[in-house]
Design a protein around this ligand. Structure first.
Ligand code: NI
Length: 174
């Protein structure tokens, strides 16, 4: 396992097209391990492959942040097949370190995805897990926190982004 640098907002790879995962071999398994390891270290609840500069439809989630092996979720080529409820909730992202904003999310989702071996699985998620699933799937479509904001809220968020940049606190975590 290895820690990979997490790309910060502004890096075009975060908004690039992500290709479907087609090969479920040792290279993918290494990447999955690295995503978990990098997420635990950050620390964060999930990480998408484009956040480490690999533009494929792969993300990991671990709400236990490394404390429970059973909590590890691998989402390859994921799709949300059902969503219910709505909540406005605070959200952060490792690609916007230190920033949080309220956005709208479903309260429950049903997600279909392949695991690291290519096996298709379906999962029901609610609460924080539903939020994490939606957040990571957004990454696979190049959708970032800021894209959920409009008008004044977006301008205020971007002002904070510029402030973080100016302060020099935003660097890739290596
Ligand atoms: Ni994120």
């Amino acid at each position: 396992m290895a820690i990979r640098p997490i790309l910060i907002f502004g890096d075009l790879r975060l908004e690039a097209t992500n290709e479907a995962v087609e090969h479920f071999g040792s290279e993918l398994h290494r990447l999955v391990d690295d995503l978990f390891e990098t997420g635990w270290r950050a620390p964060g609840l999930g990480l998408a492959a484009p956040q480490v500069g690999v533009n494929i439809r792969l993300a990991t989630i671990d709400l236990s942040v490394g404390t429970d092996p059973d909590a590890r979720i691998v989402l390859a080529n994921p799709e949300i097949v059902d969503r219910r409820g709505k909540i406005r909730i605070e959200e952060g992202c490792l690609s916007f370190p230190g920033l949080f904003t309220n956005i709208e999310r479903p309260t429950e989702v049903r997600v279909r995805a392949q695991d690291e071996h290519g096996v298709l699985r379906e999962m029901e998620a609610d609460g924080l897990l539903a939020q994490a699933v939606c957040h990571e799937l957004d990454h696979l479509d190049g959708v970032l926190l800021v894209h959920h904001l409009r008008g004044l809220k977006r301008r205020l968020f971007m002002r904070k982004v510029e402030k973080m940049r100016k302060l020099g606190v935003w660097r890739e975590t290596a």
